[in-house]
Design a protein around this ligand. Structure first.
Ligand code: HEC
Ligand code: HEC
Ligand code: HEC
Length: 438
């Protein structure tokens, strides 16, 4: 069936080239009967090549290569996006097939070296800001298909400034040492006692989706302590940002073991669901990548995520002591909530289904550390725009409207209202989170 559809598309392309009536015919839906003729016109080899390229384009979406390799408002894949990390500011390279400034002179083996071993064409070890620590799990076949897709793009001549890596991380032997300790090349090994669907999901999450690049706990040197599917995937602050990527193994973080499968699929592909709303970097991941997954792949990913053990222990949260001072703090929070938040999030934090997230019973509100909730209030934001939710409603930023103390008060309140229980938020926590807003 796939072959027939591919052939029909090629028949259309061929008729455009021929022009005239054939070209007009393309405007009408191409009948399936056109396929055999097209197969004669195009060799089987060309059809296979086109299928491989289309597959590569799909896989590159699943890996969100474009997200990092495109500057804001810049040409797709031409690089130039800056990623700030504690090790320096990385400027992503141009990976269009331009010979002078991109990877036009690379071959499949060079590309495999980058994806699988984290090495540039000249053998230079690459920094793991390029998530080859996860992409190493991608199969050779898939990597080759992605390469075919990249090489078929229009070359964009664009020279990007070099990355600015801080001392001492600019010292290459240190990077080599890091790689010896933290990086082991190796493709994904399916688990034979698990279903094909589960294994597909594991492959997508651990490899192409590079979820661990954000969701795993990192030690101060950027090494991943435990990864998704490992014993205790930690959850951790994303390097260089004030976002915390919650653990995919924690019921009170981003774990989905107790969710209905359909709702996990819904969150991954539309960015919103009954229980959760994606924001910030996760909204980008959904908008740029996950919403484009086929139904089968989204489902496989959900099956795998649902199977992850709830290994992240949840520290018992006792309600903060209701001292006079605490009561006064929370009363200020009530006042701010009524004035600025209630219109959208509701008098009982119930939100508006499918429009504004509920804050009551929302783990994004009660999570520790509270940095994402602080971020949401300071920055505002939108869930991603997706086919399933094309015009999402947003939240205004409050960074210029509320003082640090007021943000802390309103968050302390919503973390302890309507059945929510979590630690109070302090003024210094908000102040710290303002640093690095971009
Ligand atoms: C999280 C951001 C991020 C994502 C996602 C990402 N890259 Fe990169 N990539 C980088 C950075 C940063 C570098 C530069 C690393 C360095 O210079 O050490 C890089 C380097 C590369 C290089 C090496 C270029 C050279 O000149 O040596 C290639 C090839 C590449 N990326 C391809 C890809 C492909 C293909 C994908 C998707 C499968 C991808 N990248 C996804 C950030 C990213
Ligand atoms: C660029 C960093 C990044 C990457 C890559 C990433 N995430 Fe996330 N993710 C986040 C952040 C930050 C949050 C917390 C904000 C939020 O809830 O939207 C999050 C939240 C989540 C949540 C919980 C949503 C909620 O509110 O309960 C799930 C589930 C999730 N991610 C799954 C995934 C999966 C699966 C992948 C890989 C396909 C992935 N993430 C890749 C950063 C990332
Ligand atoms: C105009 C409507 C609107 C107003 C006013 C508003 N919000 Fe929101 N809020 C939203 C929307 C929409 C989102 C989802 C944003 C996203 O996905 O990035 C959201 C998200 C949040 C989140 C994150 C929830 C999650 O599941 O990730 C928190 C916390 C929050 N709002 C608190 C507040 C507080 C506190 C105020 C008042 C200071 C406020 N909001 C005012 C619409 C609003």
């Amino acid at each position: 069936m796939k072959l027939v559809m591919g052939a029909a598309v090629l028949a259309g392309a061929a008729s455009i080239a021929l022009g005239g009536f054939a070209g007009l015919a393309w405007l009408a839906p191409v009948p399936a009967e056109a396929a055999p003729a097209a197969r004669e016109a195009k060799t089987g080899k060309a059809i296979l090549a086109e299928q491989r390229r289309a597959r590569g384009a799909y896989l590159a979406r699943a890996a969100n290569c474009m997200g990092c390799h495109t500057a804001q408002g810049g040409r797709a894949y031409a690089g130039g996006r800056s990623l700030s990390t504690p090790f320096g500011t990385f400027i992503t390279p141009n990976i269009t097939p331009d010979k002078a400034t991109g990877i036009g002179h690379w071959n499949e083996d060079d590309f495999w070296g980058a994806m699988h071993e984290g090495k540039s064409r000249d053998g230079r070890p690459l920094y793991p800001a390029f998530p080859y620590t996860e992409y190493t799990k991608v199969t050779r076949e898939d990597a080759d298909a992605i390469f075919v897709h990249l090489q078929a793009l229009a070359p964009v001549p664009q020279k990007n400034p070099p990355s600015r890596i801080n001392f001492p991380y600019d010292f290459q032997p240190l990077l080599s040492l890091w790689r010896m300790v933290y990086f082991k090349p190796g493709t994904f090994q399916p688990e034979p006692d698990k279903s094909a669907e589960w294994n597909r999901g594991a492959y997508l999450v651990q490899g192409l989706g590079h979820c661990s690049a954000c969701h795993a706990e990192r030690d101060p040197l950027g090494g991943i302590g435990a990864t998704v599917g490992g014993e205790a995937a930690g959850g951790g602050q994303i390097m260089g940002t004030n976002w915390y990527a919650p653990s995919l193994n924690g019921r009170h973080e981003a774990g989905t073991a107790s969710w209905p499968l359909e709702e996990i699929i819904q969150l991954l592909t539309t960015g919103v669901s009954q229980r959760a709303t994606t924001s910030g970097p996760m909204a980008e991941v959904v908008g740029q990548s996950l919403q484009h997954l086929t139904k089968a792949d989204a489902r496989a990913m959900a099956v795998y995520l649902k199977s992850l053990p709830e290994s992240k222990p949840t520290p018992p949260v006792s309600a903060p002591a209701r001292t006079e001072q605490a009561e006064a703090w929370l009363q200020q929070g009530v006042r701010i909530y009524k004035k600025h938040c209630e219109d959208c999030h509701g008098a009982s934090g119930e939100g508006a289904s499918g429009i504004y997230p509920a804050l009551a019973g929302n783990r994004a509100v009660t999570m520790n550390p509270p940095i994402n909730a602080i971020r949401s209030v300071l920055n505002g934001g939108y869930p991603p725009s997706t086919t399933g939710n094309p015009r999402p409603y947003g939240m205004p930023p409050y960074a210029q409207v509320l003082s640090d103390a007021e943000v802390a008060q309103v968050l302390s309140y919503i973390r302890n209202a309507w059945g929510n229980r979590a630690s109070m938020v302090t003024t210094p926590q908000v102040d710290k989170s303002r640093i690095g807003i971009h």
